[in-house]
Structure formats: C-alpha cells, structure tokens
Design a protein around this ligand. Structure first.
Ligand code: DGT
Ligand code: MG
Ligand code: MG
Ligand code: MG
Ligand code: MG
Length: 253
C-alpha cells in the first residue's frame, strides 16, 4: 500500500521498554478518593463493600493477565506483580501500564452495583497507574512490606481518629490535634481505655490489606486441578510468608 505523505509523523512516537530480568510492579491508585469515598458514603474508617469491590476488580485483572503472579491491595490502591521474565507486549511500558489501569477501572465500574446495591455510582472514578522495576527478590519483598506497613499505620491512625470523632464527639480538628505526635502504643491505649477496643481484634482485612494469590485446587472426585485466585489477609513482612509460598519467587519459566 502506498504511504501517505503524512506517514512521517510516526517517527515522533517513542516507546519505553522495561528493563529485562526485573520484577515489574504496576500500582494503581484511585483519583481523589478522599472526595469519592465521601460522595458515595463509604463507612469510616473502612467500608467492606469498597474493599470487596477493589478485590473483585483486581481479580478480574489477574484473570486476564496470567503474567501477574500476585497482587496486594489496601485503601484505594492495588499493586500487581508481573514475573521477571514476562514478555507481555514486548515489555512496552505504556501498553502494560494503561491496559492494567483501564481494565481495573472498567471492572470497578462494571461490578459496582453487585457490591454497593442501592448506593448509586454518582460519577465515573479513575485510577492512575505507575510502573516500578525491582531488580532483586529482596527489593520486591521490601516493596510489598512497605505497602503493608503503610496499611497498618494508616489503619491504626484512622481507627483511632474516627473513634475520637464518631464516638468520642471530638471535631476532626480536635481529633487530629489529639493524635499529633502520638506513637502506635498511645493509639492502642486510647482505643482500649476510651472505647474498649482491642486493636488486635480488628478485622485482619483492615489491618493487613488483601493479598491475591493463584492457588491450584483439586477438583472433588477427580484428578483434575483448577487454578483459583485466593484472597488472603495475612502478614507478608515476615519471612514465613515467602517460605510458605515459595513458588512465587520461582515462577520464572
Ligand atoms: P490522590 O490519590 O492523590 O488522587 O488522592 P486521594 O484522595 O485518593 O488520596 P489517597 O489515595 O492518598 O488516599 C485514599 C483516600 O481514600 C483517603 O482519603 C481515604 C479514602 N478511602 C479509601 N478507602 C476507604 C474506606 O474504606 N472508607 C473511607 N471512608 N475512606 C476510604
Ligand atoms: Mg488515591
Ligand atoms: Mg496521593
Ligand atoms: Mg491511595
Ligand atoms: Mg489498536
């Protein structure tokens, strides 16, 4: 086919290719969920419908992209880990990043009503996407540990903050002032002595976030297996997690 005289503009397109032999982490995060959660009456500090919908959207992404070995989610964010040797879209950065964030977003909207029932979706949410490469297994473990530690720190703060406001009758400004400079132990103590809450008994999904893993399950009455995507709310900071799921770091073929 003859080329048009306009074809030369293609030369302006550039494509970033992701370094080989590195773990690829795609992290998506909701845009202005401070406002989105308020407009949609999310429960404070944690809304189980919102968390389940995030997990559903992430599961949809993992079902479509088999190169994702695991995912980790908390609050309005999800991190997807693609195996080091993955050749998806020839490791073209923008393809991988935009496909994953748009599939996550469309799945979130598509499944909204299954989780929020009578709460109408008032406007279309969006999620940003970024890609970070981690060259060593330790870097990857530390990345995921960072996100899970962030979940715990924020959840302890938010749980104490909202108890001070909703049960304790403080204004948000007063609660913020009260918590300024406090340590974890202080927040645990406020929860226990003022509200009778033992933080250790809060739901694991709130304290740990959600890890999505692929697990091989045996079909009943058959030799056949099926692969399912399993949500777990457990500690991934301790080495024990990586020992019990040692296949994660070995999925390199
Ligand atoms: P961004 O990401 O810079 O566009 O801005 P935001 O507002 O999304 O900020 P971010 O991502 O740092 O914080 C997440 C927000 O989402 C935070 O304001 C709390 C809110 N959020 C997430 N999950 C829940 C929930 O289960 N319940 C409530 N009430 N709020 C939630
Ligand atoms: Mg956000
Ligand atoms: Mg932010
Ligand atoms: Mg966030
Ligand atoms: Mg096309």
């Amino acid at each position: 086919m003859a080329k048009s005289k306009f074809e030369y503009v293609r030369e302006f397109e550039s494509e970033e290719t992701l370094l080989p032999n590195c773990w690829i982490v795609v992290r998506i995060d909701g845009k202005a969920f401070h406002k989105f959660s308020a407009k949609h009456n999310f429960a404070k500090p944690n809304d189980l419908r919102a968390i389940s919908l995030m997990n559903k959207a992430a599961t949809c992404v993992m079902q479509d992209y088999k190169d994702i070995v695991m995912a980790y989610g908390q609050s309005d964010e999800y991190s997807f880990v693609l195996r080091k040797s993955c050749t998806l879209h020839n490791r073209r950065k923008s393809k991988i990043m935009t496909y994953i964030s748009s599939l996550f977003t469309s799945s979130y909207v598509y499944h909204w009503h299954s989780y929020f029932k009578d709460q109408k979706l008032k406007y279309p949410p969006s999620f940003d996407g970024r890609i970070v490469l981690y060259p060593t297994d330790q870097n990857l473990k530390d990345y995921l540990s960072w996100r899970q530690a962030d979940c715990h720190i924020n959840n302890l703060y938010n749980t104490t903050f909202w108890n001070l406001v909703l049960t304790g009758g403080l204004t948000p400004a007063e609660a913020e002032k009260r918590l300024c400079g406090t340590l974890s132990s202080d927040k645990n103590e406020i929860l226990f002595s003022e509200f009778g809450i033992n933080y250790n008994n809060e739901l694991e999904v709130y304290k740990k976030g959600t890890i999505l893993l692929r697990k091989r399950l045996k079909r009943p009455n058959s030799d056949k297996h099926k692969i399912v995507i399993l949500p777990l709310h457990i500690d991934l900071i301790k080495e024990e997690f990586w020992e019990e799921n040692s296949e994660l770091l070995q999925m390199e073929t």
